[in-house]
Design a protein around this ligand. Structure first.
Ligand code: NAD
Ligand code: SER
Length: 313
């Protein structure tokens, strides 16, 4: 099949998603066909070629694409919601300029396909919070969300104007045991497992009733690769697709953890991230995603908790 011939570059490969995407793409395409890049090498060893790259350096990016005859780029380098609020101007610069570099490389036909993730952060306090549809009011209130929404518009524009084959998913909060999250509002749902196992207690930075859309990393990686491998004509949305997984509150995940660790105790001390979480949807409707390219998640909350605890132990 044609996708076997791809030469892939992952940018931001040392991050929470990059580590797992590297592993899965390497199993499909082979280590030699997956080049990884980041400001810093990944903490775990891989058999992939690592190239130090600042995604803001367009010339270095171009050189790398040419050096390895790259056909596909997964662009994961970004500043996430919580860190972005602390450094808004740089978050905007990193999230937007690096995307422009890649959209231009695709426009100039140096690469064939681009994956760029968006987020539930594109929605805001005026968006219907339950079962949030694909098309709705979007008034993001974080710099991260504003950059993702602007990025979505640019992706669609490059597709319409220059037929750039860019594909995107609005990830919910991602939860995996192989990697640590990097400065998001949904990070508590990963930290909670590590603390439950290590100390049997966790102080949560969100309130007990804060429901947010979440997803097991395995599902997210599968969705990412499925959308990239889908025939182009099936990708009807070139801004970004809603992606629904599980919706739960800190209290609900803690109760599920207690089934395995009965002594586990959770306390709540909401900080600035509470306002970010309150502005996001509680659950996502991804009917368009299911209809267009056949997406279906595998993990529900009990399955996710069991998998996380078994693997982190
Ligand atoms: P992360 O912070 O864990 O990883 C980002 C990686 O990018 C880091 O390894 C960092 O070193 C690297 N990076 C930062 N600046 C760079 C630069 N200038 N050049 C090259 N590399 C640079 O983030 P993640 O969770 O893996 O997220 C990846 C993408 O997915 C981001 O676009 C993020 O917005 C999106 N996303 C993530 C989630 C989630 O829950 N993790 C949810 C929605 C969307
Ligand atoms: N998990 C991400 C964050 O919290 C959502 O994009 O920033």
């Amino acid at each position: 099949m044609s996708f076997q011939k791809e030469k892939i570059l992952i940018i931001g490969a040392s991050g929470q998603i990059g580590i797992e995407l590297t592993e899965t793409l390497s199993k499909i395409y082979g280590n030699d066909c997956v080049i990884i890049s980041d400001l810093n090498p990944p903490i775990n060893s891989t058999n992939n070629t690592f190239e130090k790259l600042d995604a803001l350096d367009k010339n270095a990016l171009f050189d790398l694409v040419k050096k390895y005859s790259i056909t596909q780029v997964y662009h994961l380098a970004a500043m996430l919601s919580a860190t972005g609020e602390k450094n808004p101007m740089f978050a905007w610069k990193l999230n937007m300029e690096s995307l422009f570099h890649l959209l231009d490389l695709a426009k100039e036909k140096h690469i064939k396909q681009l994956y760029w993730p968006s987020s539930i952060a594109v929605f805001g306090p005026s968006t219907p919070a339950e079962n949030t549809p694909q098309y709705t009011v979007m008034e993001p209130s974080t710099i991260y969300g504003i950059s993702k929404q602007a990025g979505e518009r640019w992706c669609e524009w490059y597709f319409k104007k220059y037929q750039v084959d860019v594909r995107s998913l609005r990830y919910p909060g991602l939860i995996g045991w192989k990697s640590s999250p990097g400065g998001g509002t949904t990070d508590y749902a990963v930290h909670i497992f590590h603390e439950a196992i290590k100390t049997q207690q966790y102080e949560c930075f969100l309130s007990e009733s804060t429901a947010l859309p979440m997803m097991h990393m395995e599902d997210a990686i599968r969705a990412t690769i499925e959308i990239m491998q889908a025939p182009a004509e099936k990708i009807k949305i070139r801004s970004s697709y809603n992606l629904s997984g599980i919706s739960f509150t800190p209290k609900q995940i803690a109760e599920e953890i207690k089934k395995y660790i009965p002594d586990f105790k959770i306390s709540y001390k909401p900080d600035f991230r509470q306002a970010i979480a309150d502005s996001w949807p509680k659950s996502i409707n991804d009917d368009e995603t299911k209809k267009d390219w056949g997406w279906k998640e595998k993990y529900d909350l009990p399955k996710l908790v069991k998998n996380m605890l078994e693997n982190i132990k």
